[in-house]
Design a protein around this ligand. Structure first.
Ligand SMILES: *Cc1c(COP(=O)(O)O)cnc(C)c1O
Length: 390
């Protein structure tokens, strides 16, 4: 008898995930094969993780090559992929130092610790508030939940970590007031709010916030967990705004499908951490770092131009489509406000062999950066048809 994966999963896995009825067995590029042999076009890339698709040749070579040398050494020792990846990230961003972890939430935890220590050492412990945006998402640990400006995630898990205040994008009154009473250590933003509904921040607001932070020695932390690593058509989304953050956190697509978080520290807090201030057993794992090195090296001008071109194509195709109210986002991070409920659209797309995501009340697309044009066209045809249905 065939093993009933769904049944075992339902019995033994904590019920935190409402899974779609697909058992992912294998894949290649932007196509995933289910246990019944059915093929799906992957328009979600594991929530923006498999940056160059499934079982990509160059990625496999990097991963298998490093795994056969040494798969883990701990942070008590040096490894080549870890050092080289940090150097590459710094050279490509102008940031000065990197702390590696395993996830987006951990990358943000490190950013928060860096900001707290920077402000505490320089101005005293009263200056510890981190201001974040309403409708933001920064992770699921108790501290990153506190940073997440959406009350629905907080319920039943209080008390959360103290020292977070949220404000509306475009309204500087709260950060200004916090700064005036010497309480504001940092402001943390996503340039495109992902889980919040794929909403890009306005250029004017980001520039104003940047100038305010700079003038007041308030650290600007940009959460690039979802927007980073080529997703928006630049290596990091802040580059679309012409700003220089003090701290950048990233994860998701960084290692193309293996767990890796990175916190990039700029000039101001490059040396904020001393021995013992922070650490991670798995962080900077050499296999993950080797994977990330291959991913980041491939996110060159050509890849980014491809992301931009495909983005224009998606926007043009969907903007004029029946049953589509609006399309938002940047690069290959796209939110579609549909006339029909987003969950109905996603479920019917799955039946028709296309895997999409949702973000709040929208259908969300995060395809691999290198999704072939033909595959993208096929997926959009299905999405358009499903959106147009009455
Ligand atoms: C996904 C996400 C996180 C959390 O990342 P995990 O790897 O799930 O901990 C944090 N911030 C943003 C913007 C994200 O999209």
């Amino acid at each position: 008898m065939k093993t009933d994966i769904k049944k075992i999963d339902k019995q033994y896995i904590a019920s935190t995930y409402k899974r779609f009825p697909v058992v992912a067995v294998s894949g290649k590029g932007s196509v995933i094969t289910g246990e019944d042999g059915k093929k799906y076009i992957d328009m979600g890339s594991g929530i923006g993780v498999t940056a160059f698709g499934i079982a990509d040749e160059a990625w496999l070579k990097a991963v298998c090559g490093q795994a056969s040398l040494i798969q883990h050494a701990s942070n008590l020792y040096y490894t080549e992929p870890c050092a080289k990846l940090a150097r590459t990230l710094c050279r490509r961003t102008g940031m000065k130092k990197v702390f590696f972890s395993n996830s987006g939430a951990e990358a943000n935890e490190c950013a928060i610790k860096a900001a707290r220590k920077y402000a505490s050492v320089k101005y005293g412990p009263e200056r510890h508030v981190i201001a974040t945006l309403n409708n933001s998402f920064h992770g699921r640990t108790l501290t990153t939940l506190a940073a997440t400006g959406q009350a629905k995630f907080h319920e039943l898990f209080t008390p959360l970590t103290e020292g977070f205040v949220s404000f509306d994008a475009g309204d500087m009154s709260i950060p200004k007031e916090l700064n005036a009473r010497g309480a504001l250590a940092a402001v943390m933003i996503e340039c495109v709010q992902g889980e919040g509904g794929v909403i890009p921040l306005g250029d004017g607001f980001v520039k104003e916030l940047y100038a305010f932070c700079k003038a007041n020695d308030v650290l600007l932390i940009v959460d690039e967990v979802q927007t980073g690593n080529g997703r928006t058509g630049e290596l990091y989304a802040y580059m679309n705004y012409g700003i220089t953050p003090d701290v950048v956190s990233t994860a998701k697509g960084l290692a193309g499908g293996l767990p890796l978080g990175a916190t990039l520290l700029g000039e101001k807090c490059a040396d904020v951490f001393a021995y013992g201030d922070h650490g991670s057993t798995f962080g900077g794992n050499p296999v993950s770092c080797a994977a990330a090195l291959s991913v980041i090296r491939r996110i060159d001008k050509k890849t980014l131009a491809g992301v931009k071109a495909k983005s224009r194509f998606v926007f043009e195709t969907l903007n004029s489509a029946e049953g589509v109210e609006s399309v938002t986002g940047a690069g290959l991070m796209i939110g579609i406000k549909t006339v029909r409920p987003a969950s109905d659209v996603v479920n019917e797309c799955i039946e028709r062999g296309v895997l999409c995501l949702t973000a709040k009340d929208k259908v969300r697309l995060l395809p691999a950066l290198n999704i072939p044009m033909k595959t993208l066209e096929k997926a959009l045809d299905v999405i358009k048809e499903v959106c147009a249905r009455k």
